[in-house]
Design a protein around this ligand. Structure first.
Ligand code: 5GP
Length: 214
């Protein structure tokens, strides 16, 4: 995909995707990462148990509650929150390193973390909320995934209604009716946000050189 801002230097942006579980956010994130070399995923730490197929370092960094608290106390997390009874957090250093390398960073985090990042970084944040097309579709997707036990699915369905109340704290909302359309919509957001004048920090020099005839 077109990186959106040509060769002009620009500040990296922080793209947050949030949704109730089962709305398709993880698949959309994977597609965005595959198709956008300029985008890196922020790997969160969590105290929850590893699910089958997950690997530490790729999906999450799985830590003990003691290690989690140590990182909180050392202020190593950009944000952290308790979600479904487990703790999750974003290691700050990895994010800063990516941004410094000119990479945009993708976050798959909940509304509490999004709020904390918004308070810290302001305009560097681009937030997108993914909604399922219907409650029935959401339930089907959770069942098809079937990685969680039935009681966990029931709990997540109950929580989905709560999570959806936070849609209006986000800058963009995408209803995930069709996977490819949703990916294209988030990519369109990414391209437009990269082109914002205020993000293109190299424009002043570029236009100066243009006016000087270079
Ligand atoms: P799961 O355990 O199903 O992978 O994720 C459960 C929820 O936790 C999802 O809504 C996910 O977006 C959220 N989450 C994952 N990592 C983080 C994080 O680092 N911070 C916050 N605030 N939420 C997270």
């Amino acid at each position: 995909m077109d990186s959106g801002a040509g060769s002009i230097r620009r500040r990296g942006l922080m793209l947050v995707l949030s949704s109730p579980s089962g709305a398709g956010k993880t698949s959309i994130s994977r597609a965005l990462l595959e198709r956008n070399k300029n985008l890196s995923l922020s790997i969160s730490i969590t105290t929850r148990a590893k699910r089958p197929g997950e690997t530490s370092g790729d999906d999450y960094i799985f830590v003990t509650p003691t290690d989690f608290n140590l990182m909180v106390n050392r202020r190593e997390l950009l944000e952290h929150a308790k979600v479904f009874g487990h703790y999750y957090g974003t290691p700050e250093k990895a994010v800063i390193d990516c941004l410094n390398e000119g990479q945009d960073v993708l976050f798959d985090i909940d509304w509490q973390g999004t709020q904390q990042i918004a308070d810290k970084v302001g305009d560097d944040l681009v937030s997108v909320f993914i909604l399922p097309p219907s409650t029935g579709e959401l339930e089907d997707r959770l069942r098809r995934r079937a990685q969680d036990k039935a009681d966990v699915i029931a709990e997540r369905m109950a929580k989905a209604a709560d999570e959806m109340t936070h849609w209006d704290a986000y800058q963009y909302v995408v209803v995930n009716e069709d996977f490819e359309t949703s990916v294209a919509r988030v990519e369109a957001i990414l391209v437009a946000e990269r082109l914002k004048r205020t993000r293109q920090s190299g424009l002043v020099d570029f236009v100066t050189r243009l006016r000087q005839g270079y």
